[in-house]
Write a protein that binds this ligand. Sequence first.
Ligand code: GTP
Ligand code: MG
Length: 182
Amino acid sequence: MDISQKRRTLLKVIVLGDSGVGKTSLMNQYVYKKFSQQYKATIGADFVTKELLIDDKLITLQIWDTAGQERFHSLGPAFYRGADCCVLVYDVNIHKSFDRLNNWHDEFLQQADLDNAETFPFVLLGNKVDLDGGSSRRVTEQKAREWCASRGNIPYFETSAKEGYNVDEAFLCVAKISLDNE
Ligand code: GTP
Ligand code: MG
């Protein structure tokens, strides 16, 4: 069958995490293969899309980038409705961004009003592993994996939006896990 005739599946993914951890950069790297050193805070929320073929299925991944800064963060239930997966991001060099994962996780579950809160899929990304060749790292991979295990075995990827390291792999996992949850 011609690819254009295939049924498209739209998957909605929400990306959450503290300001500056690299949410926008990860998405730009994934979708446009671009990286900028310059920081420009996301205001409100916006999405990008990426087409994927998984097991002969045509997928449109709709990835929602959100603002980490508190004053821009008032999205609420309407925004989270229909989400198929939630991607949490922290910066491996900033411990606070790791500590705050519990808040992002629980806030999402509270606001999303899901039928399947127990089994709803999350993926965790530990970003900026390239920084200072790893010497400024504050959260070990083991700590991150323990957190994931304690939250129902969340898949974990260490990424660098700057170098494009593990970014495709992480979002492929996001797409697959979203598809399973659809
Ligand atoms: P908010 O929109 O405020 O929530 O921030 P954000 O999470 O979208 O962060 P953003 O992607 O804007 O990145 C913040 C800063 O970190 C920018 O200056 C990026 O260039 C830098 N950055 C992002 N990812 C990486 C990375 O993997 N490695 C390095 N070295 N810097 C990164
Ligand atoms: Mg942003």
